[in-house]
Design a protein around this ligand. Structure first.
Ligand SMILES: Nc1ncnc2c1ncn2[C@@H]1O[C@H](COP(=O)(O)OP(=O)(O)OP(=O)(O)O)[C@@H](O)[C@H]1O
Length: 248
């Protein structure tokens, strides 16, 4: 009984806590006091108009915004990985060496090969990144992330540069990997449908604060609910819905 109780407590304990996050650039306050919590294994999509501060939040959580003017309290797990719009692979290293980069120990190569197998790239381990397609490069970036066994994945529009079909494939792959590895994810996107397909929860930033925070897990499986929620979120983002212009 005791172990069951502990598992329940752990599942609902926030692994990420952001409290009153304030960020300013050149005297302009972009984030006015963002509060956000993410529990273990939760997939949160972060939406907001262009320039609303989504990447600024992500960089703060990744710890890559040193010297930026602001304040706030951030608690994040130690094992984090960041996925960007471009894969950021080192062009002078092979695919395998990119994945093992910075890993120590005799098991590093085996772990990297396992991760490359999970993203279906085991047959391309010795090639240079430039010989891979954009989608394949992002799969290597996913493998590089997985091999570090992250408790938190911070993703900044990782699929936005990909064509529509590759993008859908990558979304499915990411969901599959998340099901197997159970990291918490903060996923920045402009695409409301992508957010609804992937996330358990959607958070919207408006005028420097969280203006919407809703669980969307149940809506995903019901077509009526999906459309309703999609319209609600688009409206919240200030996108006017004009049914006469919609194509079916
Ligand atoms: N290092 C910086 N120096 C100056 N201004 C910055 C810096 N980083 C971000 N900003 C400004 O802060 C605002 C928020 O930027 P941020 O990239 O976080 O927005 P975003 O919501 O991710 O935008 P987008 O959706 O267009 O990518 C923008 O006006 C941007 O110009």
């Amino acid at each position: 009984m005791a172990s069951v109780a502990r598992a329940v407590i752990n599942a609902t304990a926030p692994i990420v806590r952001v409290e009153r996050l304030i960020r300013r650039f050149d005297g302009t306050t972009i984030l006015h006091g963002v509060d956000l919590q993410i529990v273990r294994g939760e997939f949160v999509a972060l939406l907001g108009k262009s320039g609303s501060g989504k990447s600024t939040i992500l960089r703060a959580l990744a710890g890559i915004d040193e010297g930026v003017d602001g304040s706030g309290r951030i608690t994040v797990p130690p094992r984090r990985s960041v996925l960007f719009q471009d894969s950021r692979l080192l062009p002078w290293k092979s695919v395998l060496d990119n994945v093992t980069l910075g890993l120590d120990g005799p098991g590093a190569k085996a772990q990297a090969l396992k991760a490359l197998g999970e993203v279906e790239l085991k047959h391309r381990t010795d090639v240079w990144p430039k010989t891979l397609s954009g989608g394949e490069q992002q799969r290597v970036a996913l493998a590089r992330s997985l091999v570090r066994n992250p408790e938190l994945i911070l993703a900044d529009e990782p699929f936005s540069a990909l064509d529509a079909l590759t993008r859908i494939r990558m979304q499915r792959l990411l969901l599959d990997l998340c099901r197997r590895h159970q990291p918490s994810v903060l996923f920045v996107t402009h695409d409301v449908e992508e957010a609804l397909r992937l996330a358990d929860r959607i958070v919207i930033i408006t005028n420097g604060v969280v203006s919407y925070d809703g669980n969307v897990m149940d809506a995903r499986d019901s077509p009526g609910c999906f459309d309703h929620l999609r319209n609600e979120i688009l409206e919240h983002l200030g996108v006017n819905q004009n049914p006469t212009n919609e194509r079916h």
